[in-house]
Design a protein around this ligand. Structure first.
Ligand code: C5P
Ligand code: C5P
Length: 446
């Protein structure tokens, strides 16, 4: 993939101008990804297109497969959000007209001429979410679209780019009227501690996350248990000394968590006229989508009142799924080698949650820095594969998965430290054998 000569900002402006020229007389179809970044990107685009009074349709996808692309209407003006960078060849073959892509995933080929793409990988490789790119694009369509900036930031949080928000020098934070405060990164900060800690996955606390007995033990140990019959305090209600005791207690159980990781900036976004913790909102959006309710996820971002209660209920169900998924991983036999671990969850973890579980494990203290975690889950006659790197020192997960998938067939894409694939179920054993071989081979080479 050749780098482009112009800056990302100039490219956004150029592509937006092409888009305005192309949409004059056409119906638009928006295809977006189903995680928080994709949903916020879609919500931003929907609001912008509504303002322009354009006719459009939206499809939210958990992945972009060849068979799906081939069903898309060629006469509509198509814009892909938060996906498509690894499917440019198939897209070019299918469409006869110009196509638009706003994405931040790795690109593996030269960009075909008919594809107008905004992707930081072609420029300075800045870590920026698709939602921010979509926002900057929509602001080019109409500078009045500033009210969508909060959704752009929500997408950044969804993709774990919170640390990168400060580096955004394009006014998004200011546009979005985002509040921030420094605090313990565990959330939500308003629920009783016993509940918050039970569902705490970032950081994952061994012996505490998903383990009520362990939670109560920890709280007793740090002297935060309430008097008999009383209620546990919430994080917000702790004084400085209590907070310090809790942080120490958590750090003792997860020695890899440092103070720096435990404390950080918490971004507060106004939704339904109430300031909310962006991480909680992001988790809610993600939960809806991953449990098959992407419509509710989009409505939540668009502040449609009835969506809030529904999203809260779905989120509660999703948290239970996470806990049972983590329990399954703990108890099941895993394929383990030096620097890698393969979990073949089959039907025991929902395919849409394979990535979430792998992400949580990669942030836990269970595995050494540099370990590649591969999680496999069935769906239909296929297998969803999610790969994550523990830390940021190691081989490219995307490259390793791509090598295997190239050989056995399927879809693959993602980033260096987080990538995914879809393969046929008939290839299950072949995939595992080849993957093991590749993971072991790479080690020998190093
Ligand atoms: O679709 P995609 O980019 O959105 O996937 C998001 C997932 O990838 C999240 O789990 C996020 O933590 C992870 N990710 C990562 N490092 C990156 C980009 C994404 O760990 N550089
Ligand atoms: O699905 P999962 O969360 O494991 O995906 C990790 C990353 O790889 C995400 O950024 C996702 O968008 C990307 N991915 C992809 N193509 C696939 C599967 C995952 O680009 N077929």
């Amino acid at each position: 993939m050749k780098k482009e000569e112009i800056s990302l900002e100039a490219k956004i402006k150029y592509v937006a101008e092409r888009f305005v020229e192309e949409i004059q007389d056409k119906e638009i179809q928006v295809i977006s990804h189903f995680d928080t970044d994709g949903i916020t990107s879609a919500a931003i685009m929907i609001k912008a297109l509504k303002k322009l009074d354009k006719k459009f349709s939206v499809k939210i996808m958990k992945s972009l497969e060849k068979e799906f692309i081939e069903t898309l209407d060629k006469d509509k003006l198509t814009i892909f959000l938060d996906l498509a960078s690894s499917s440019l060849e198939i897209i070019e073959k299918h469409f006869t007209k110009e196509v638009f892509v706003i994405d931040h995933h790795e690109i593996i080929q030269e960009v075909p001429e008919r594809i107008n793409i905004i992707n930081p990988q072609l420029h300075s490789k800045q870590k920026i979410s698709s939602s921010c790119l979509t926002y900057l694009f929509c602001k080019q369509l109409d500078p009045e679209n500033k009210d969508l900036a909060k959704l752009a930031i929500l997408g950044m949080i969804g993709d774990m780019f919170g640390d990168e928000i400060d580096k955004l020098d394009n006014g998004i934070l200011e546009d979005g009227d985002i509040k921030r405060k420094r605090g313990l990164l565990i959330y939500p900060s308003t629920r009783p501690l016993n509940r918050t800690l039970e569902f705490c996955s970032n950081p994952y606390i061994p012996g505490v996350t998903g383990d009520i007995k362990g939670v109560l033990e920890l709280l007793r140990e740090v002297n935060l248990a309430p008097p008999k019959g009383g209620k546990y305090k919430s994080l917000m209600e702790l004084d400085e000394e209590e907070m310090e005791r809790l942080v120490t207690g958590i750090m003792l159980r997860n020695p890899r968590t440092t103070n720096r990781e435990m404390l950080g900036d918490i971004f507060l976004i106004k939704l339904f006229n109430k300031l909310e913790d962006a991480r909680e909102l992001s988790a809610m959006v993600n939960a809806c989508s991953r449990l098959g309710e992407s419509g509710t996820a989009i409505q939540l971002c668009m502040e449609i009142p009835k969506a809030k209660k529904k999203a809260q209920t779905i989120h509660a169900r999703y948290r239970q799924f996470i806990i049972s998924g983590l329990k399954f991983v703990e108890e099941t036999e895993k394929i383990q080698g030096k620097d890698f671990i393969i979990i073949n969850a089959k039907d025991n973890i929902k395919d849409t949650m394979a990535g979430t579980i792998a992400s949580i494990l990669s942030k836990s203290s269970l595995y050494e820095e540099g370990t590649i975690i591969i999680n496999m889950a069935y769906y239909d006659d296929k297998i969803k594969v999610s790969g994550r790197m523990v830390g940021e020192n190691g081989r490219s997960v995307r490259e390793i998965l791509a090598k295997v998938v190239d050989e056995i067939g399927g879809e693959v894409g993602g980033h260096r430290f987080a990538a995914g694939a879809i393969i046929s179920r008939t290839k299950e054993q072949e995939f595992i054998d080849l993957l093991k071989k590749n993971l072991e081979l790479e080690i020998v080479k190093i």
